[in-house]
Design a protein around this ligand. Structure first.
Ligand SMILES: CC(C)(COP(=O)(O)OP(=O)(O)OC[C@H]1O[C@@H](n2cnc3c(N)ncnc32)[C@H](O)[C@@H]1OP(=O)(O)O)[C@@H](O)C(=O)NCCC(=O)NCCS
Length: 322
């Protein structure tokens, strides 16, 4: 369940929505991973993220920087642990700089505005999604991962990359959140969950690594994941619930269908069409203007020189049906 904030923009970049000076860091996201205490379930869906942090929460680099300015002047000398302050020049011993409270206020406002994202799945692929969301948040993105949901009971209660596995997917209804990413590599399973959870009103958000290069005007559907180093050139249309994996390149005017997966290192030429649910295996190349049919597979390392029909597995150089 989500808060009904409306669907995300078609191309919602995670990278540029926040001023540089107010960026958070991964420590904060790890702290948020603790999620809401069970007693808060069902409470307001717009709870301040700070309210649920444990006392041991680490603050971000900027908060550290702000804290380095020390406590208000009235508290000077009260703490026994002030090794840094002792060696500072007198000009820095007169209390926090003028920007201290402004910075703190900005950080608080941003955390209140942050969108809490649940990751569906807690396997290897989900960890890549968690990392992307954390990296994006550290670069000013608005989405903050708060934990995973996974139907494998052995994972419940575990910490994965500093985020908790909070329960099965059915727990979505009980955990306050603002959006989800379905982090399951298998295209058919991911498509099924996308259809089911969208029908229940869940807001699918896109996870885009800060290092991805996306041309202006490219459209990206909800729930799509774009990994580190991926490049998308002008005129391309990326569907919903797609995976553009690490270092893949999508040249100009491609159409990538919903639920498709371009594995790491895939390269497509211009005007390529990848059908819904198709898997293009690791390192494969799709020649310009070729079409790979819906739910087809191009094997790892394949060179797709000819169109591939729907639901067909091809492999090799040049690629031929298996
Ligand atoms: C093409 C693929 C789907 C075939 O899987 P499969 O149906 O289980 O096929 P098998 O492993 O039984 O192999 C069947 C034959 O195809 C060959 N083959 C399998 N994959 C091949 C590939 N990528 N390129 C060339 N030949 C391949 C095998 O050597 C075997 O040949 P043989 O009959 O002469 O011994 C699979 O090998 C593949 O490449 N999947 C993509 C994986 C991937 O990149 N995932 C993304 C993860 S992020």
């Amino acid at each position: 369940m989500s808060t009904g904030r409306g669907p995300p923009a078609r191309h919602q970049s995670l990278r540029a929505s926040r001023p540089q000076s107010t960026r958070a860091c991964r420590h904060e996201h790890g702290a948020q991973a603790a999620g809401p205490p069970s007693g808060q379930r069902g409470a307001s869906r717009r709870q301040p993220l700070r309210a649920s942090r444990p006392p041991s929460t680490q603050a971000c680099r900027h908060e550290h920087g702000a804290r380095a300015a020390g406590p208000p002047s009235g508290q000077r000398g009260a703490s026994r642990r002030q090794p840094l302050r002792a060696s500072r020049p007198p000009s820095m011993r007169t209390g926090p700089p003028a920007c201290y409270h402004t910075t703190q206020a900005l950080i608080t406002i941003i955390l209140l505005m942050a969108q809490r994202i649940l990751i569906i799945g807690a396997g290897g692929h989900a960890q890549v999604v968690a990392d992307i969301l954390s990296q994006a948040a550290a670069n000013g993105g608005e989405y903050h991962p708060i934990g995973y949901l996974d139907d494998d009971p052995r994972r419940h209660g575990q910490q994965v990359l500093g985020l908790p596995v909070l329960g099965p997917v059915t727990a979505l209804a009980d955990i306050p959140h603002d959006g989800i990413v379905i982090a399951i590599g298998d295209n058919r399973t991911r498509a099924r969950l996308f259809i089911e959870l969208t029908a229940r009103g869940e807001q699918l958000v896109s996870a885009i690594h800060p290092s991805a290069i996306i041309a202006a005007g490219v459209t990206i559907g909800p729930g799509t994941m774009i990994c580190a180093g991926a490049i998308i050139n002008p005129g391309s249309v990326i569907g919903a619930n797609v995976i553009l994996n690490t270092g893949c390149t999508v040249d100009h005017h491609n159409q990538i269908g919903d639920h498709a997966h371009l594995a790491p290192g895939v390269h497509t030429g211009g005007e390529v069409v990848i059908g819904a649910g198709a898997l293009i295996g690791i390192g494969a190349i799709v020649m310009p203007r070729r079409r790979v049919g819906a739910w087809s597979v191009a094997g790892a390392g394949a060179l797709v020189q000819r169109d591939v029909a729907d639901e067909t597995v091809v492999a090799g150089v040049p690629a031929r049906p298996l």
